[in-house]
Write a new protein. Structure first.
Lengths: 113, 115
């Protein structure tokens, strides 16, 4: 059962704390996306990687957000320091180079208080 | 700049009826137009997708109609069922270098099918 796995599913943290969200893409997929979903803005692309190299992170606030792929089976999204406006559901998705379909994980619901 | 505009925001349809959701895009470089379905607490899942070389694609009860000149595309759900109640997102992407690329999503339509 191939699927994108995200951890944690839920995270509540205090303002100013560091938050790390993790994603395991589907085995064999070489493209990984990070999206953020809020009621006001909908689904927004934050960043994406191909073959572990960052291709576009223009949607990500550079001063506090960072995304990395330490290896082909792990993508991370970090927020430091976190702010209440970062509260949202963060989705990771993966896909193959030859196929534009993106498969989404179940998301990490982040609440910053 | 919102590159993909989706309407309506919410839609109520009687069981057995036709649900229609519309999207319009601005970027003529887009060449892949998927629709995603999202249930509460879940991630979006691909429902059906179309490329601009065809005007219509049908998969079961779901049909995409595509109008390249008008830069519009729509999702039709025939014989709508209560299990179709979900949020639907249209999206668009280009592939400047080939391969998977980030999607630009519409704001979503909350669809309720009444029994």
């Amino acid at each position: 059962d191939a699927r994108v796995t995200q951890t944690p599913r839920h995270k509540v943290t205090e303002m100013g704390q560091e938050v790390t969200m993790r994603c395991q893409p589907i085995l064999g997929h070489n493209t990984v996306f990070w999206y953020r979903q809020t009621m006001m803005q909908g689904l927004e692309l934050l960043a994406y990687f191909r073959n572990r190299a960052p291709l576009d992170d223009s949607g990500m606030p550079k001063d506090r957000f960072s995304a990395e792929m330490p290896d082909a089976t792990l993508a991370t999204l970090k927020i430091q320091p976190s702010e209440p406006r970062d509260s949202a559901v963060y989705f990771c998705a993966s896909g193959q180079t030859a196929n534009t379909e993106a498969f989404f994980g179940q998301g990490t619901r982040l609440t910053v208080v | 700049q919102q590159q993909v505009k989706q309407s309506p925001q919410s839609l109520i349809v009687q069981k057995g009826g036709i649900s229609i959701i519309n999207c319009a895009y601005e970027n003529t470089a887009f060449d892949y137009f998927p629709w995603y379905q999202q249930f509460p607490g879940k991630g979006p899942a691909l429902l059906i997708a179309i490329r601009p070389d065809v005007s219509e694609k049908k998969e079961g009860r779901f049909t995409i109609s595509f109008n390249k000149s008008a830069k519009q595309f729509s999702l039709h759900i025939m014989d709508s069922q209560p299990g179709d109640s979900a949020t639907y997102f249209c999206a668009a992407s280009g592939r400047p270098g080939g391969g998977a690329d980030g999607l630009t999503f519409g704001k979503g339509t909350h669809l309720i099918i009444q029994p």
